[in-house]
Design a protein around this ligand. Structure first.
Ligand code: SF4
Length: 672
């Protein structure tokens, strides 16, 4: 697809969207990114829902969504609104609608915005396979027009805005049969609804394209923007990764999805969906929003004219030759999952501390090992400590990466047989060809692997020739840059390498100590930095090695790096959990249940388990899962294998054990 979705992939420029009002809050255009969330209480419990909405507003939530699963709940929104206004809180409310046009019609009387899911507003999802002829498809669209028009006209009359909120897992059978379970299907699904609304002269619309897989979500948002551009549409975007789960993994997935789109200038309102108290979503969303406002207002002009050779709407891993290094061999590049380098915060001369740290981490975490240890040297006097590490860590790690911070010193100690091999990286990088040539020659003589930092700009012919002729294929990383954002720098580097037929592995490093926004937590902020940088590149197929170097300890750096790879679906090292954030439809305690399921199954590497609050929306939304645990009635659980329900109405107390039985039956269980 040739069309484009953003003004620049090398500079963070905000997309121009139309302004839409949600009550007194305006979003889109040049308005700040609006932070929103959703209540988890039973909507019919007016007091509890009003109280939670007020708590959210007090925490900084600017728009509150409440589920309206039926007409009674939609009517209750009026009373909830009154209670909130009585407390002098003017936060706009949104009704969340699935399946129930009647509930939507009622809700529009009481709240400032109505969210509909185009996958289930007028269609039923039965996972039916059917071929639609063009005329049958047209007939279906006419039926859609008839069913959706009354809500559009009511919103228009009452001055309500609307979100057309597509979910990857709940596309209608009609869309699935024509476009498949794809970003294209998601985008088409939303545009069908928008065209109906426009035909009735209604344009107060916000769009979302959520998926639990950040890669799919990123592609769907990019695609819908590109398709809107073709049709001269400029609707604002609500960004979110759905069913992200809880804890660090959920924050990582949200930061990858939301952060990378914001970096490309897309997004007007965001929700960080967590299976936790919804108030916990607000600081994470605010931190992301603050970053985007800063990126968009930055004066850093990019004068780059590199023509990228990637398709931003389809995932393809960058071509990279296979390189073997280390002892035992690490295989990098080609189609190998990205390798994890980890830095220690101990100084290199404190060899005892480093050896102890490595011993602890490597014995505890065999599935997620340190594959290369990054150490720093500032003077040649540290060579003897390096040698001690290289001798002592044999069998514990395959490779030592020496971050060489010495000034004007080319001398390298020779590699010794029987020791851990070293990769040598002069941290100042190379802007000229002569020192680069000297360094490559020294590495060759000393028996070390070369790692080269290059600036995020086109490579000179001389540099290309040196890299191509190097006796040992170097690993490449980005030299620190303040000209363009770091993601853009890596994009340029990846493009320059491929344009010059250099298929060398790229190492993505998170090491900057970016500043903290007021009120932000240090580790949470660093987690967002790493997720946005590595996640957005990995989702574009760029990156053969990653490292996180600013989390304060080797163990934290290691864990975050693996979690990032899992969140980007680049390397699976543990069970993948898809968990809905819960809402007023939830029929059991989703937070504690998710924890129990996690405790029982968290060791099943490569298995995806979905924990979904309700039967109405659950099966559709857990599109990617191997097993599903879905609330089907008060205290009752249905279990799924893929999209098929295989056990019904199990008592909640027995459900985790039955889930394990099912995993055993399906041959996917291993003992912890
Ligand atoms: S799946 Fe979860 S968040 Fe979605 S509607 Fe059901 S209970 Fe609410």
């Amino acid at each position: 697809m040739a069309f484009s979705y953003c003004a620049s992939r090398f500079q963070s420029l905000r997309r121009k969207s139309r302004v839409v009002s949600v009550g007194h809050i305006q979003l889109g255009g040049r308005h700040p990114i609006r932070v929103q969330s959703m209540t988890t209480t039973d909507t019919l419990d007016i007091q509890a829902t009003a109280r939670q909405s007020i708590e959210l507003a007090e925490a900084g939530c600017e728009i509150v969504r409440i589920t309206a699963p039926n007409v009674r709940a939609a009517e209750a929104l009026g009373q909830i609104r009154e209670e909130i206004r009585k407390a002098k809180v003017d936060v706009p409310l949104v009704a969340d609608i699935h399946f129930m046009p009647n509930a939507a019609m009622e809700a529009a009387k009481h709240v400032e915005k109505v969210r509909v899911n185009p996958g289930n507003y007028a269609d039923r999802k039965k996972f039916q396979i059917r071929e639609y002829t063009d005329s049958q498809y047209e007939e279906e669209l006419e039926r859609l027009h008839e069913e959706f028009s009354p809500l559009v006209l009511r919103c228009k009359e009452l001055g309500r805005s609307m979100r057309i909120g597509t979910n990857h897992g709940s596309l209608s059978d009609r869309i699935m049969n024509r476009f498949g379970d794809t970003p294209r299907g998601m985008a088409e699904s939303a545009l069908e609804f928008i065209r109906i609304a426009e035909s009735l002269g209604y344009r107060d619309i916000i769009l979302s394209m959520k998926a639990s897989n950040p890669k799919v979500m990123i592609q769907a948002y990019r695609l819908v923007v590109a398709m809107m551009n073709e049709e001269k549409m400029d609707y604002p975007l609500h960004l979110g990764v759905t069913e992200a789960g809880d804890g660090e993994d959920a924050r990582i997935k949200s930061a990858i999805g939301i952060g990378s789109l914001l970096l490309d200038g897309l997004g007007d309102t965001i929700r960080v969906s967590l299976t936790e108290d919804p108030v916990a979503e607000i600081p994470v969303a605010q931190d992301l929003a603050n970053r985007a406002q800063e990126w968009w207002s930055s004066n850093n002009k990019s004068d780059l004219e590199v023509k990228e050779n990637i398709d931003p709407f389809t995932y393809t891993r960058r071509t990279c030759q296979e390189i073997k290094l280390g002892q035992p061999h690490l295989s990098l590049g080609d189609k190998k999952p990205p390798t994890v380098f980890v830095s220690t915060h101990f100084p290199t001369f404190d060899t005892a501390a480093i050896i102890k740290e490595i011993a602890q981490v490597q014995t505890q975490s065999k599935d997620v090992p340190v594959e290369g240890l990054i150490v720093r040297i500032r003077t040649s006097s540290e060579f003897s400590s390096l040698q001690t590490l290289a001798q002592s860590l044999v069998g514990a790690i395959p490779l030592i990466i020496v971050e060489d911070e010495r000034e004007n010193d080319d001398e390298l100690p020779p590699a010794k047989p029987g020791c851990v091999p070293m990769a040598w990286h002069p941290s100042a990088g190379f802007t000229e060809e002569a020192p680069l040539a000297r360094f490559l020659a020294f590495c060759d003589q000393a028996g070390h692997y070369p790692i080269i930092s290059l600036p995020g700009r086109e490579l000179s012919d001389g540099t290309v020739a040196l890299l191509a002729c190097s006796p040992k294929s170097p690993l490449i990383t980005l030299a620190p840059t303040d000209k363009i954002h770091t993601v853009a720098g890596y994009r340029v580097l990846a493009t320059s390498l491929s344009l010059n037929q250099l298929s060398l592995p790229l190492w993505i490093r998170t090491r900057e100590k970016d500043r903290l926004f007021p009120g932000a937590d240090y580790f949470s902020a660093r987690l967002l930095d790493a997720s946005i940088l590595s996640g957005s590149l990995l989702c574009d197929g760029i990156g053969d090695l990653i490292s996180v170097e600013n989390m304060g300890s080797l163990d934290r750096n290691r864990r975050l790096a693996y979690n990032l790879l899992q969140g980007s679906r680049a390397r699976v090292s543990k069970t993948e959990f898809v968990a809905c954030p819960s809402c007023g439809r939830t029929l059991f305690d989703l937070q504690s249940t998710t924890q129990r399921v996690r405790q029982a199954t968290g060791h099943l590497k490569g298995v995806t388990i979905a924990v979904m609050g309700c039967i109405v929306n659950g099966p559709g939304e857990m599109a990617d899962a191997d097993f599903g645990y879905v609330g089907s009635g008060p205290g009752k659980i249905d279990l799924y294998v893929g999209k098929n329900r295989v056990k019904s109405a199990i008592t909640e107390n027995d459900a985790v054990d039955r889930l394990i039985d099912l995993i055993v039956e399906e041959g996917k269980w291993i003992d912890p």
